[in-house]
Design a protein around this ligand. Structure first.
Ligand code: G6P
Length: 366
């Protein structure tokens, strides 16, 4: 009811604004990195594994795609991410030394549960879940777990569950890195400091809402949108496109920016807004040349840059500056303006934001 919504128009908006609290709660009590954050016996499991297999659906799958970048670069462990409904029905090569990680807000998604059981039936016994519901079937089924503390999520389009999953997956990355001797005490302290600062950093991002509302007025008139990102932020572009299509019903697609020339560039004209996730990381110069390709074809660019990205607004290029560059944890900040863009675009189009047509919060049947 209205009382629960407080000053917000929809649960989705409320949940977007709850993210500083949700991340703070998810990291509450984490004084240091250790495998035991994931349950008794985790050290032994992390010692035995030689790879990670992530299984999930929907937004949770995109959290897994982000984690792959972290796990391979920080923990140095080979990682595969697979959509649960694909994995459960295909012939695959089982590896008993792989850590099977399921990611699920509800802990009840039928395909993800079936994928876990399939992995187990193939002899994979090392199982761990990142889940938002401690009493769920998934938590009962997995040996190890990290419970995110997003709180109940009502909006069908997942927001705070996603960012808290990323926080849990980052902890998992650090715990595996530590077990493999790849995390110095100094690095551990630095990552913990950055994680503890996330709630404050998120407040700075949420303060961009008025600028995003202004953009949403243009977006509401579009039929299509492209989202671009590179590296760690490619999955964030995927998640931004998913949010937009789920609630505004605008057709949106995400591409790793380097793939632009292999197809999607043919779609770019003055009617195609191109949203670009452009943190100031090692790939920013490559991204700038991808943006040039869009501009040369008359596409309108909407860029989420960092304070120090040196990407300037000009005709055809709209820039919103994120308050600070956040290194490895940057995806947790960069997803927020994409959530807000989808939300306000949907509001401008008058759709049923919290209950988009044809979709369910939790898909417990196949
Ligand atoms: C549904 C929801 C999505 C969610 C997906 C996976 O499609 O609408 O928001 O990402 O299920 O749900 P899970 O509970 O497993 O994370």
């Amino acid at each position: 009811g209205a009382a629960e919504l407080g000053p917000y128009r929809h649960f989705m908006q409320k949940e977007i604004f709850e993210q500083p609290r949700a991340i703070g709660d998810t990291l509450q009590g984490v004084e240091g990195i250790s495998p035991e954050l994931f349950g008794d016996g985790a050290y032994k499991v992390f010692k035995d594994i030689d790879s990670v297999l992530i299984l999930a659906c929907g937004t949770s799958y995109y959290a897994g795609c982000t984690a792959k970048y972290w796990l391979e670069s920080i923990a140095g462990i080979s990682t595969q991410v697979e959509i649960a409904s694909e994995y459960r029905y295909r012939d695959s090569v089982p590896n008993p030394r792989s850590l099977v990680v399921t990611i699920t807000q509800s802990g009840e998604t039928a395909d993800t549960l079936a994928a876990l059981k399939h992995a187990r039936s193939l002899g994979m016994e090392h199982t761990l879940t990142i889940c938002n519901v401690a009493t769920s079937a998934m938590v009962r089924e997995c040996k190890l777990a990290y419970i995110t503390r997003a709180g109940i999520e009502i909006g069908v389009a997942s927001t705070k569950a996603f960012s808290t999953q990323l926080a849990g997956l980052f902890l998992l990355t650090l715990a595996i890195a530590q077990t493999r001797g790849r995390l110095s005490d100094a690095q551990e302290a630095e990552y913990l400091r950055a994680m503890r600062h996330l709630p404050v950093a998120l407040q700075g991002v949420l303060a961009l809402e008025p600028q995003i509302i202004a953009w949403s007025q243009d977006f509401a008139k579009k039929q299509n949108a492209l989202f671009l990102g590179r590296g760690l932020h490619y999955p964030i572009a995927l998640e931004g496109a998913l949010k937009l299509k789920e609630i505004s019903y605008i057709h949106a697609e995400a591409y790793p920016a380097g793939e632009l020339k292999h197809g999607p560039l043919a779609l770019v004209d003055s009617e195609m807004p191109v949203v670009t996730v452009a943190p100031n990381d090692a790939l920013v110069d490559k991204l700038k040349s991808n943006m040039q390709e869009v501009k040369a074809r008359g596409g309108e660019l909407y860029v989420f840059a960092d304070a120090d990205s040196r990407i300037e607004s000009e005709p055809g290029v709209h820039v919103i500056r994120m308050p600070e560059h956040y290194g490895a944890l940057s995806p947790i900040l960069h997803v927020v303006p994409l959530q807000l863009l989808a939300y306000h675009t949907a509001c401008a189009r008058g759709t049923d934001v919290d209950k988009p047509r044809n979709l369910a919060k939790s898909v417990t049947v196949e």
